[in-house]
Design a protein around this ligand. Structure first.
Ligand code: HEM
Length: 226
């Protein structure tokens, strides 16, 4: 136990926890996007899917609490690691050598912050209905919670669309570095698969962002409607 705690306090241990929690969050984001894409199949598909998830309260709350713990661990360790890096090199390099580091890797803290703000806004908006979601408790013709109607209502508002697009920018940038970097941290590198692993981050980031943007714009442009 003491060995585990001291390993977690080392920078390698913290990086491993960040990689594992990050991959857990990426998995959630992919599954969430795939679920939301059912908006293209109409109200029945999306609302019955949302009802199916809510019909298992124990599983729902286990997933919610698990997700919250994963997010908290990920953020606390990210702050600790960046403070540790800063303490090790408080002044920084006189000449910044960015040849190796991509834009996404240099802006991880910024994209992470944008993503966190987006998630807080998103939960208050679409889950809790505290911000601008008057039909959050509406029931559809089949007796399901009208998640479809809620989404249509949300993305008809240009300000909401703009905020979601900024969130997607943060998400895409963060994922495009995070996925490849997690694979590297977990030691899954292999000479033959090196290019594949490097491409995994940008590919996953692009896939998730394109899927999410397709939903937002399809509603905003009236392609998907009530
Ligand atoms: C265009 C992109 C997105 C759309 C259309 C969307 C849609 C939704 C909707 C409709 C809900 C409420 C579901 C319900 O009331 O049953 C929801 C909940 C949620 N979303 Fe998203 N989402 C998007 C992106 C994201 C992203 C990028 C994240 C995380 C990084 C995220 C995390 C969550 C979480 C944690 C919940 C709460 C789930 C629960 O516990 O009930 N969403 N989303």
């Amino acid at each position: 136990m003491t060995r585990l705690v001291s390993h977690l306090q080392s920078s390698v241990g913290r990086k491993v926890v960040m990689a594992l929690t990050g991959l857990g969050l990426v998995t959630y984001v992919i599954l969430h996007m795939v679920g939301n894409l059912q908006v293209f199949e109409g109200p029945h598909a999306l609302n019955s899917y949302a009802a199916f998830l809510r019909d298992m309260p124990i599983l729902l709350w286990t997933a919610r609490i698990g997700l919250l713990c994963i997010v908290a661990l990920h953020i606390v360790f990210a702050i600790q690691l960046s403070l540790q890096n800063h303490r090790a090199r408080p002044i920084g390099y006189a000449i910044h050598r960015y040849r190796q580091a991509s834009f996404a890797s240099r802006t991880m803290a910024m994209s992470g912050m944008v993503l966190l703000l987006f998630i807080v806004f998103h939960l208050l908006h679409l889950t809790a209905g505290v911000i601008g979601s008057p039909n959050s408790d509406r029931i559809d013709a089949e007796g399901y919670r009208d998640v479809y109607g809620k989404m249509i209502h949300a993305f008809q508002n240009p300000l909401v669309v703009a905020l979601y697009l900024v969130g997607q920018l943060g998400l895409g940038l963060h994922l495009s570095h995070a996925v490849s970097s997690s694979i590297q941290t977990l030691g899954l590198e292999h000479a033959a698969l090196d290019r594949l692993f490097k491409a995994a981050g940008p590919a996953v980031g692009l896939l998730v962002v394109l899927g999410n943007i397709a939903i937002i714009l399809a509603v905003f442009l009236g392609i998907v409607h009530v």
